[in-house]
Structures are given as C-alpha cells and as structure tokens.
Design a protein around this ligand. Structure first.
Ligand SMILES: Nc1ncnc2c1ncn2[C@@H]1O[C@H](COP(=O)(O)OP(=O)(O)OP(=O)(O)O)[C@@H](O)[C@H]1O
Ligand SMILES: [Mg+2]
Length: 216
C-alpha cells in the first residue's frame, strides 16, 4: 500500500505520523520504503539516527523531491510491500506528485478553526489528483487533540472536516502527548519507548490509526 501523509500546513504532525506508521508496519514483518519528500529532510535524519543506533526494524529511507516522487516511486514499488511518503509543509510539487502514486492520503489536522481553513483547499487538490488517480482515498484525523476536554476544539473541527467533499474522517485521534516528542528524539516510534517513557495511551492511539489506515 502507498500512503502519503500530507497537508499544505507545517507542523501538523506529518512526519510524526508517517514515522510511527512506517515503524509499526515494519514491526509486523512488512518491507517498508519510507520516502522523505520534504526538502527539509527531517525524517531522513530520524532514520539515520535509527541506523546509527542499530534499532530494529530497520527501514529503507530515501529522499525524493518534486517530480522525482512521481518518476521514482513506481520503479521502486516492486521491491517493497508498502511505501510511506512524508511530504513538506506546503503545497509543493512533491506533494502533488505523491498524490498521483498514493493509494491513500492521510491528513493530520490540528483542532481549531485556523487549521480547518487551511484544509478547506484540499478537495480541489484531490479533484485534480483523482483525474489521474481516481482510486485515491483521502482520510483526515485529528492530531494533538487536547487531553483536557474543557478546552478542546475537537468537536467543531470534526464537524467542519465532515463537510469537506471526498475526504473521510477517521475515528482515531492522536492526543497531545510528550511521548511523541520523546520518541522522535530517541529515533523511536511511540510503541518502542522504553520503561519510564512508555505511554500506553499514545501507543494505543497509533495502533488504532494504523488499523484504520491499513485495514480499510
Ligand atoms: N500528538 C502529538 N503530541 C505532542 N507532540 C506532537 C504530536 N504530534 C506531533 N508532535 C510534535 O509537533 C512537532 C511537529 O510535528 P511534525 O514534525 O511531525 O510535523 P510536520 O507536519 O511534519 O512538520 P513540517 O511541516 O515542519 O514537516 C514535533 O516537535 C513533534 O514531535
Ligand atoms: Mg515534517
């Protein structure tokens, strides 16, 4: 399966999501190719750290930007079970190219009206991509949901996303938890965090998201 984690907005958790899903997928024995389509290449650095620390499962990570995403991924696909593409925080050529080779676009959305406005242009981008890739599935989910219900803006964001044409809203949410940051710092997925950093809620959230994305 080819999954693109994308959003035209920066800092919504694309790399965090892509990394966690890729490692989870590799941990069940799949041969995963991770494509960092963000010129900032933060995921490349993450996987280099994993390699230096010899953390298993090891995942092949390659950097491809712009048209190369569209040109190279179909050539590489045969060698892997799954391809996970992490895109940059803007509407780039690499993001558009990813949508032509992906089965699923996974969109992290932060709670709050501002983020919703940014997401509003997605249906148009998807319409364009579906001319050449009609089976493209698009799913959004809430990331960094507040663990304190009193100050949560999740419900209004969920309502707003539900109105977007051609985008499915997943039930899974990732809440704002330090475990995600800590794991990234250590070159780990949240389910790999050792003893004192272990966060059962975070690993269940990722597990639920993983199931909704891969078992659809
Ligand atoms: N659910 C979460 N809880 C707490 N921190 C999170 C969560 N998701 C992501 N983060 C943190 O938020 C920051 C931004 O996340 P990330 O780098 O994954 O976003 P991005 O969309 O890939 O950003 P960019 O557009 O710059 O590539 C990181 O420090 C990350 O550790
Ligand atoms: Mg990123």
């Amino acid at each position: 399966m080819n999954i693109c984690v994308g959003h035209q907005k920066g800092g919504v958790g694309k790399s965090t999501t892509a990394i966690n899903l890729a490692i989870k997928r590799a941990s069940v024995g799949k041969n995963v190719l991770f494509v960092d389509a963000d010129p900032q290449a933060s995921s490349v650095k993450f996987f280099m750290l994993r390699e230096e620390e010899q953390i298993e499962p090891s995942i092949t990570c390659t950097s491809l930007t712009g048209k190369a995403v569209y040109q190279q991924i179909p050539k590489l696909m045969d060698k892997f079970d799954d391809v996970i593409i992490d895109t940059g925080g803007r509407d780039t050529e690499g993001f558009r190219a990813s949508l032509l080779v992906a089965d699923t676009l996974l969109v992290p959305v932060l709670p709050g009206q501002f983020d919703y406005w940014e997401t509003e242009s997605l249906p148009e981008i998807l319409d364009m991509a579906r001319i050449n890739n009609p089976k493209l599935r698009a799913c959004a989910f809430i990331n960094k949901a507040d663990t304190h219900p009193g100050i949560s803006m999740v419900d209004e964001t969920v309502d707003a996303i539900s109105e977007l044409e051609g985008i499915e809203l997943l039930k899974s949410k990732l809440y704002y938890r330090l475990a995600y940051r800590k794991a990234a710092e250590l070159g780990l997925a949240v389910h790999e965090l050792p003893g004192k950093f272990k966060n059962h809620k975070a690993l269940m959230e990722v597990f639920n998201l993983y199931q909704e994305v891969f078992d659809a």
